[in-house]
Design a protein around this ligand. Sequence first.
Ligand code: ZN
Length: 455
Amino acid sequence: MDLIIKNGTVVTASEMFRADVGVEQGKIAVIAERIGGEAGRVIDAAGKYVLPGGVDVHTHLELPVGDLVSADGYYSGTRAAVCGGVTTVFDYPTQTKGKGIVETVAERRAMAETVACCDYAFHCAITDLGAGDALLDEFQAAADYGITSFKCYMVYDIMVNDGVLLKILEKTRDTGCLTTIHAENRDVLEARIASFVSAGKTDPWHHYMSRPEFVEAEAVKRGIHWAVAVNAPLYIVHLACKEGLYAVAEARTQGHPIYAETCPQYLEFTSEVYKRELGRNFVCSPAIKGPESRDALWQGIRRGVIDAVATDHCPFAQAEKDRGIHDFRKIPNGCAGIENRYPYMLSAANTGRISFSKAVEVCAEKPAALFGCTSKGSITVGKDADIVLYDPAKDFEITLKNMHSNCDHTIWEGIRLKGYPTATFLRGEPVYENGTYKGAPGMGRYIKRGASGLN
Ligand SMILES: [Zn+2]
């Protein structure tokens, strides 16, 4: 045995039990009440929880936006990830006019290959199907390459219209893939932005006011409508509003394969943050909503309507956020979260808000299954030995200097957590221990994903 973790409490999405965990050649080889014999390394995890490495299915690394690039690249972003107990991240390369899917992803894969500190997978955002919808013919080849999920933006200049969305839904249905959507109503939010700007209302609060609850909810419902119409599965990224959540719940009650993700910023904060002096730092889209939505999202997690908590990690430097102090349109969208999500959700479990199994389910097991990462997401014999040791008695205050991102500020500054990861193992190798990054760039591997494990 290469590694034995003794005396810990193993947490899976369905149970918690005391066991020793043995690792051999990067895989979980044995889970038993007691494992004897020789091992390269033995760790006493008494008093600690033994969790699967987190799976963050929504990040943007080194994302170009206009003349800016998001603060974390494939090195610093994945380094921050493992220091927050995350061993798998998904990035969202964007296909542009005239470019193929595999070509788009291969470029990003090459950027990640020599620097990634954890394993990585890619979705692909589709923006243009080309003449005669030729790009649809590439979906099968993309799936064979390991790209089994595609994103459609319903806003921004990279959006697709409903006609294109419907074609993509049909194609993903036929190829065992999954369509994901960024749901907001572009026409309405653009009209509202124009009105606020002409009235001189350009502070960060009006970022929220231009895209409040109902702007997101309509698009969520429309997306579900098209998915149900063609009997295709659909996954809604960063769901942030109560009405949209209810629409997801309703569709599922009727037996439709509609899935939802939310992010920690929508669970912790409310739209009131946009009135803060540093309100611009919280600007992301969809906007953070009011307390009713926040409370409903927690309820959605507890009731199993929310399948995944991911981050939409996409921070920008303070000076770049400052561009929009007096004009919210100039604030680059996005916040940090890649290192904060798993500890935040585990702290919610530690304080009784959800169970530890639920935290593991939404942060690791279910997203891994939904997106075809069959070797990830669970402390189970045969899976990759992506393991986190968690000390439920350790108090932790998030502050920039104990984070491992390249960004120069964090919206999580000053947030206190009860319990914190003390070690992360990537395929059996230590990559984080007691506050310090221990891995090496390039240890992360590309994950060739299989078909979505939907049911
Ligand atoms: Zn995103």
